[in-house]
Write a protein that binds this ligand. Structure first.
Ligand SMILES: [Zn+2]
Length: 618
């Protein structure tokens, strides 16, 4: 006659759940990690918190907590449960991978779930019926599916990946939360996700409003409790990245990874904003008992030069929002770093030349850029060719044509020609002429258009592009350049600290002393967060003045990407270098000036020799 014992989600899971061999290398009874206990306890049906937010790294807490909560609700305090995943396919996968094995393996649940009968099938993939309620798992793509339901347990997974816009009615997440109004006082709303971009992240907004709990662990040396932060993971000369240590913020001792389990076991959650009624938890991969700090350090090093990969690292491993680094560096600082070489010459280090071309009504601006190992880049030449670009044979176009057969002296004595020229075809008055120019110089010239987004820096021409439009251009392919990504990369390079010795870091931006105006143009844009057309915060680049120098720099980058600069390894660079070194002439005993082999031809030969490397080869 005794009422059933009230178990928290953690207690229920440890008493009832078995982790099957499909999920883990160590199958057996479920045992929660120290940092998983409190979040799961707050999810318990009798805990007073109605709202909770899990902003956490992947594979730390989210899926396990949601599964255990569902099991506990069905067993302890049943009611209608709705779990929303970003897409229908995610919902199906969660149902098959998480829910079905749990029902199969937990004895207490097997008795309560209403068995599937051949005729009256209450259990389909997305809906499970049990005594006292039902569990529905849906995708967020069609919110109409869950608009009409009244629910007690509302679980939202990966909410930052849900569609954001819902005509007049507010965000999908708000609509989802409103479904629980009938159960005020005994409802549970759980929102879980890895975060996305600052100003756009739903989970980060909710976490901001929550009581902001972070997991504090004691230092094994001095005992001071601290929340683990990425900037305290250290490696260096004596410690390779693979063996990265954690530096205590109090005693500054370096803590090796093997002491982590001891620290985690003694950790506790501490609120950063105790006034809030929303329970919020933040958890990064730094706490993982499976991933050592060294693995994260290596992942970081592999991703740090690519903004898109670095964003994924920050979002899914550190569980932090991604801040676009959009502040333009100070032009005077950059100007002061000008190097001692003359305009129109290519210093040692330059291994091939590209060009970026911006077309205006009355002139064409061209940057000739040199490229070398580690994607270091040099400003080799910058020209403004005056002339009416709307006239086909004006001085502007003939001047540009001449540059394609011109050569620039390299410090080694060789002569370099432009390998690839990227031409912006966005200006409407000169567009037809730009297309014609690219067609006439096919193979060397690349017609491009700027795009605000895109997966890569240089995006393949759309083959499905309206054929009529393409016909108009006479079959010319138009490459998309993600200018936002290019600007982020460039400003990251410009913000790098000047190195001590003669060695320059990868991506270093070399330049001879240009005019002040050129530096001002290079730093003429900044990234701002502003209310977009739809009323949400959006990140956009804003001009603060003329910006042709910046555009040309980015188009030069696009041309180098087309040649394959991102994919070149030591064999390609060595090959470029061999072509530059003049061989001693035995008859005369002094170096002979050799014509530099066109790197595009080199790339084709390399393809034969090394396989498919570099876009130029394709
Ligand atoms: Zn310490």
């Amino acid at each position: 006659m005794l009422p059933p014992k009230r178990l928290t989600v953690t207690q229920w899971a440890e008493a009832n759940r078995v982790v099957s061999s499909e999920r883990t290398a160590k199958p057996g009874p479920f045992r929660a990690w120290a940092f998983q206990r409190e979040p799961m306890d707050v999810m318990s049906p009798h805990d007073p918190a109605e709202f909770m937010v899990l902003m956490c790294a992947s594979q730390m807490l989210k899926t396990t907590a949601l599964e255990n909560a569902i099991g506990c609700y069905i067993d302890q305090d049943p009611g209608p449960i709705l779990l929303i995943q970003p897409r229908e396919t995610d919902a199906e996968e969660f149902s098959k991978q998480s829910i079905d094995p749990m029902f199969r393996d937990a004895e207490s649940l097997r008795r309560k779930v209403i068995e599937k009968k051949s005729r009256d099938s209450g259990n389909t993939i997305n809906q499970k019926r049990f005594h006292g309620g039902s569990l529905t798992i849906l995708g967020a793509q069609t919110p109409e599916n869950f608009m009409m339901r009244s629910i007690r347990y509302a679980l939202g997974d990966e909410v930052d990946r849900w569609p954001r816009i819902q005509k007049q009615e507010g965000s999908t997440v708000r609509l989802f939360v409103m479904r629980t109004a009938n159960y005020r006082g005994c409802r549970k709303v759980v929102l879980a996700s890895t975060p996305t971009i600052a100003g756009e992240s739903t989970i980060a907004e909710w976490f901001e409003d929550s009581d902001q709990r972070r997991f504090f662990v004691p230092c094994p040396d001095c005992g001071v409790e601290q929340a683990l932060r990425w900037d305290r993971v250290k490696w260096g000369e004596s410690i390779p990245p693979a063996d990265a240590h954690y530096q205590c913020e109090s005693c500054e001792n370096l803590i090796p990874n093997w002491r982590k389990p001891w620290m985690i076991e003694r950790g506790r959650w501490i609120k950063g904003n105790p006034g809030s009624k929303i329970a919020g938890f933040h958890l990064s991969r730094l706490y993982s008992l499976i991933t050592p700090w060294g693995d994260l350090a290596e992942e970081f090093l592999a991703a740090k030069d690519n903004p898109a990969e670095l964003q994924a690292f920050v979002n899914t491993k550190l569980a932090e929002v991604w801040q676009h680094k959009g502040d333009a560096p100070d032009w005077e600082v950059i100007a002061s770093r000008a190097e001692d070489y003359k305009q129109g010459t290519a210093p040692y280090g330059v291994l091939f030349l590209c060009a970026g071309v911006d077309i205006q009504k009355d002139r064409i601006e061209v940057r000739v850029g040199g490229w070398g190992r580690g994607k270091q880049r040099w400003l080799v030449d910058y020209r403004v060719i005056w002339g009416d670009t709307s006239r086909r044979n004006s001085e502007a176009w003939t001047g540009l044509q001449a540059m394609l057969s011109e050569s620039w002296p390299h410090e080694s004595g060789a002569d370099l020609m432009i390998v690839r020229m990227a031409i912006d075809t966005g200006d409407p008055t000169s567009q037809t002429n730009a297309y014609d120019f690219c067609k006439a110089n096919a193979g060397k010239c690349l017609a491009i258009k700027g795009q605000p987004s895109g997966v890569n820096l240089l995006n393949m021409p759309q083959t499905s592009e309206a054929s009529a439009r393409r016909k108009k251009r006479g079959g010319l392919l138009l490459w998309g350049v993600n200018v936002s990504l290019a600007k982020q990369e460039l400003y990251g390079q410009l913000r790098m600290a000047k190195p001590e010795g003669d060695e320059f870091p990868p991506g270093w931006f070399h330049h001879y002393r240009e005019q002040d105006e050129w530096y001002k143009q290079l730093t003429a844009e900044r990234l701002v967060v502003a209310k977009g057309k739809r009323g949400y915060d959006e990140q956009t680049w804003q001009k603060t003045g003329r910006n042709e120098a910046l555009d040309c720099t980015n188009y030069d980058r696009a041309a180098a990407e087309h040649v394959g600069v991102s994919k070149f390894g030591p064999p390609e660079w060595n090959r470029f270098e061999r072509n530059l070194n003049p061989l001693p002439n035995p008859t005369r005993g002094k170096p002979v000036k050799q014509r530099f082999e066109n790197p595009a031809d080199v790339a084709v030969k390399n393809k034969r020799r090394y396989g498919n490397v570099g876009r130029a080869a394709i």
